[in-house]
Design a protein around this ligand. Sequence first.
Ligand SMILES: CC(C)(COP(=O)(O)OP(=O)(O)OC[C@H]1O[C@@H](n2cnc3c(N)ncnc32)[C@H](O)[C@@H]1OP(=O)(O)O)[C@@H](O)C(=O)NCCC(=O)NCCS
Length: 155
Amino acid sequence: MSGCPPLGFRLARASDLLAIWAIERVSFPSPWPRTSFEEELNNPISYILLATSSPPASEEIWGYVVYWVVAGEMHILNLAVHPAYRRQGIARRLLQEALHRACQLGAKAAWLEVRPSNQAAQALYRDLGFKPVAKRRRYYHNTGEDALILALSWG
Ligand SMILES: CC(C)(COP(=O)(O)OP(=O)(O)OC[C@H]1O[C@@H](n2cnc3c(N)ncnc32)[C@H](O)[C@@H]1OP(=O)(O)O)[C@@H](O)C(=O)NCCC(=O)NCCS
């Protein structure tokens, strides 16, 4: 789809967890359990930022990113956009918003792990300036795949 849907951004709360988890389950072959999102909501260094439809439409959750900000670094743990809303620039804008918020909290760099087979995510991160910096051997236990570690620094 083309065009840029008007987006809202806000931090998640407990009442959003079912909607987040519904996106998680259709986005990953090994989704996080719901309890992992609960733990992140209760973790003081963790943020779950949502991309939503913007008012006046009744609010729908279209995507989320989970990240930590600690010791001057942002660690991106999870990211997904609902399949019905992909390729409209939502993940790009959501990550840009999360990077901006992490920067305001003092982060000078961001890093994440991605599967070498996940070409869509790698293209997105490359687009935002992330560069490969290392590899974690056999990081994903379900497939035995390595993880690529990508980083972006601005400090
Ligand atoms: C990866 C993901 C979050 C991208 O979300 P999205 O909202 O569709 O991404 P965007 O529309 O913002 O795409 C931005 C850029 O990323 C790249 N990209 C995104 N999806 C792509 C795809 N399927 N194939 C190739 N490039 C892709 C493109 O460069 C795109 O820019 P363009 O549309 O101008 O060409 C989404 O596909 C998803 O939820 N996938 C399943 C979960 C997942 O893999 N999460 C990442 C874990 S590391």
